[in-house]
Design a protein. Structure first.
Lengths: 112, 406
């Protein structure tokens, strides 16, 4: 892989980490607010359903995870197992797609 | 530093396994019908709870390492400052997450406090009896007390207003008899609640016929004798009921209309008090719900002359159908659950499914059977459709009978 592509992955890894740090804090704050406010799971779901803002937030959350995890795995596989090349990249790409799919399915369940 | 990077990678690997599983399980739980049910079942599983804790710890560890790495790469801080900042941030995050999770474990399952059923009639009537029987069973299922709040008056209107103004948080439900939500809007010129806008259907609990009763010492021994007496002295006979617009009022009006007699209606605050008045001789007859009259009939205080079902009613052997005297006559009453508009759909669905489950138990069926009531347990959509049909019927009857309260 070219140096340019490696750099791009490095930037994406850091950028997604920063986004995730923020998302985790918002998610945590929401949970604390909801639980301390006495909202039940049903009430929480009734508020998230139909809300475009929550849909957008959790979509960003899931997509950031789907980006961050495979890039991290790529580094670990390369450095620890010496596994590099197109097969590794292809499998990790499929893994990223699977994570995005399952994550978005959960997000849509919370939204609709 | 090297150890921190190793821990960061190991926790990252564990999260790479956990997170897809977490997404998949959550997606499965939230997919399809009865979502809340499956969601709550899912979160209640010990394995899921354990994995939630594991994810929290892994996240805290992973973020600590990640923040440390970001700081080394982007911030010109000294080593010990970076480590301290990263550990403090991660500790705060972990404590917050653990706090949120432990609280969530208590708050997720509905209901987490007593649930209130507002019954718009005083104790002793069929609405009250049905609500109490169901409440007992639902209390067992939910592990929370279901409180019966009797608010009688105005033909069910007092209780309806109380329930309509309650917070739609899933902890207050309305338990009316059918006419309170299908007939009152046609009878009362001014109604302080709107059955269609203030409530949404949950499920019809039970239905059953009514029974024409007189006091045990009454001279009337049959439906025909009562009709003959009313025709001989128009406007002298009286009938008591649970309040204007109540199911027992409309059933009696239906009978009076079919028999082509003239009798004077006497409204009470509920079905129970109307039967006490009948036994005391204050009124001549009543067309009341079997559930409310059964103990009085069995106790020899009331005499049953006829039932409003098409044929003979198994729980009242020997009592002929009114239809034998007045061909084609039939009248059915029902009692159901409604929720204040805005109540979360998931809770409505859960109440419906749990009520259905409660009604399927042989113990409940037997208890309602002896009261002359048949379990229904239909869906909110089916109940809504049936109510729409019944509302149109009562609109016509009320207009024809000129029943109006200004």
């Amino acid at each position: 892989m070219s140096a340019k592509a490696e750099t791009l992955l490095w930037v994406m890894q850091r950028a997604s980490a920063a986004v995730l740090g923020l998302c985790v804090l918002v998610h945590l704050g929401t949970m604390i607010y909801a639980v301390r406010g006495g909202l039940t799971a049903a009430e929480i779901l009734s508020r998230t359903r139909g809300s475009a803002a929550w849909l957008a937030f959790y979509t960003v959350f899931v997509l950031a995870i789907s980006l961050h995890v495979p890039i991290g795995l790529r580094t670990v596989l390369g450095e620890w197992l010496g596994w590099r090349g197109a097969v590794r990249s292809g499998l990790l790409f499929l893994f990223a797609l699977a994570m995005a799919f399952t994550g978005m399915r959960a997000v849509i369940g919370v939204y609709s | 530093m090297r150890n921190l990077a190793l821990v960061h990678r190991l926790s990252g690997l564990a999260l790479a396994v956990f997170l897809p599983l977490h997404f998949w399980a959550l997606g499965q739980a939230l997919d399809g019908e009865a979502r809340l049910e499956s969601f709550l079942r899912w979160t209640d599983q010990p394995l899921v709870k354990a994995s939630e804790w594991a994810v929290v710890l892994l996240l805290a560890i992973h973020l600590t390492g990640g923040m440390r790495i970001l700081m080394i790469e982007f911030l010109p801080w000294r080593d010990w400052q970076k480590t301290l900042a990263a550990v403090a941030a991660a500790a705060a995050l972990a404590i917050g997450l653990l706090f949120a999770l432990s609280s969530t474990a208590h708050a997720q399952a509905w209901p987490h406090k007593p649930v209130r059923f507002v019954v718009p009639f005083p104790p002793g009537g069929a609405t009250d009896i049905s609500a109490r029987l169901l409440a007992q069973k639902l209390s067992e299922i939910w592990g929370q007390t279901v409180v019966i709040d009797n608010r009688g008056g105005a033909g069910g209107g007092v209780g309806a207003v109380e329930a309509a103004h309650a917070a739609p948080d899933g902890y207050t439900f309305f338990f009316p008899s059918g006419s309170v939500v299908t007939a009152n809007q046609h009878i009362y010129a001014k109604l302080n609640y709107d059955p269609e806008k203030d409530f949404v259907p949950v499920t019809n609990v039970v239905s059953g016929p009514q029974v024409l009763v007189v006091a045990a010492n009454s001279p009337y021994k049959s439906v025909q004798q009562l009709i003959d007496a009313a025709r001989a002295q128009p406007g002298r006979l009286t009938f008591g009921h649970a309040g204007i617009g109540s199911q027992t009022h409309l059933a009696a009006e239906n009978f009076v209309n079919a028999a082509k007699i003239n009798a004077v209606q006497v409204p009470y605050k509920g079905e129970g008090p109307s039967l006490v008045g009948l036994i005391a001789g204050d009124t001549t007859f009543a067309v009341t719900n079997v559930a409310a009259a059964m103990s009085h009939i069995q106790g020899g205080r009331l005499r049953a002359l006829g039932v409003t079902s098409k044929g003979e009613f198994a729980q009242l052997p020997g009592v002929p159908p009114i239809a034998k005297t007045l061909p084609g006559f039939e009248n059915t009453g029902w009692f159901g659950i409604m929720a204040p508009t805005g109540t979360p759909k998931e809770i409505i669905q859960k109440v419906y499914l749990d009520t259905k489950k409660a009604l399927e138990s042989s113990e409940m069926r037997a208890r309602f059977y002896v009261l002359g009531l048949a379990p229904v347990g239909n869906s909110p959509e089916e109940m809504g459709a049936a109510m729409k049909k019944e509302t149109a019927l009562w609109a016509r009857v009320v207009k024809e009978r000129k029943i109006k309260v200004e």
